[in-house]
Design a protein around this ligand. Structure first.
Ligand SMILES: Cc1cc2nc3c(=O)[nH]c(=O)nc-3n(C[C@H](O)[C@H](O)[C@H](O)COP(=O)(O)O)c2cc1C
Length: 204
């Protein structure tokens, strides 16, 4: 039986990792929403030219067995996901020697999920979702700051803008990487096979 403290340690035997449900393990590694600043994750999508494109986004939550992020519906990543609804994400916690990789199909979040995440965002990120526009980007910095201050003063409580969009990466593959300052690092890879998971223990 794996516990949350073992999930964070490097002394957990490989056998433990081959018996645990990876969705449960990911839930032990990813902080609960609101308990910490959201982890930063690299999100890779694939463009029409076949090249991957990667950028960092906040990992909003791990819920219903999926990794959620939120973004602007007009962004390049959303255009890429419309054509090719698959993504890979990577989150690293170097201070505790952990990396989590997920690959999977991407689906739009529900309206309720999107609203709940927006409500949990701090004021700065709520404002940013409204003001991170192509028009603002091309203004001189003084004009951007003035528009920001004016919008902030005029809107005490903010609802999500129409461009606020959430997405779920539904795992087909997980890789849990664990570093070890006294020895080799190690990975456990889980690949979905119908209703079960194929598990492999690999060098780091
Ligand atoms: C620390 C950090 C956090 C970020 N968080 C997000 C985020 O949660 N959502 C988002 O859309 N962009 C976020 N960005 C900006 C993206 O990296 C990216 O520039 C933007 O989403 C446009 O990407 P695209 O043109 O590939 O769609 C963040 C950037 C940094 C450096």
């Amino acid at each position: 039986m794996i516990t949350s403290s073992m999930a964070f340690g490097r002394d957990c035997a490989p056998a433990e990792f081959t018996t645990i449900d990876p969705i449960r393990l990911a839930g032990l590694w990813i902080p609960e929403p609101g308990s910490a600043p959201p982890p930063l994750m690299a999100l890779a999508t694939v463009g029409a030219d076949g090249y991957p494109r990667v950028r960092h986004v906040l990992l909003s939550e791990f819920a219903d067995g999926a990794v959620y992020f939120h973004t602007d519906a007009d962004s390049a990543k959303v255009g890429e996901l419309r054509d090719r609804p698959y993504a890979a994400v990577a989150v690293a916690w170097p201070e505790v020697g952990r990396q989590l990789l997920v690959r999977g199909a991407v689906t739009r979040a529900t309206a309720a999920e999107e609203r709940a995440v927006y409500a949990r965002r701090g004021r700065y990120l709520q404002l940013l979702a409204w003001l991170n526009t192509p028009e603002q980007a091309t203004l001189p910095v003084e004009a951007r700051h003035a528009a920001w201050a004016e919008f902030d003063a005029a809107h005490a409580d903010l609802e999500p803008p129409g461009t606020w969009a959430g997405f779920a990466v539904r795992p087909e593959e997980f890789v849990f990487w664990r570093g070890d300052p006294d020895g080799p690092s190690q990975r456990t890879r889980y690949r979905r096979t119908g209703t079960a998971w194929n598990v492999e223990v690999l060098p780091g």
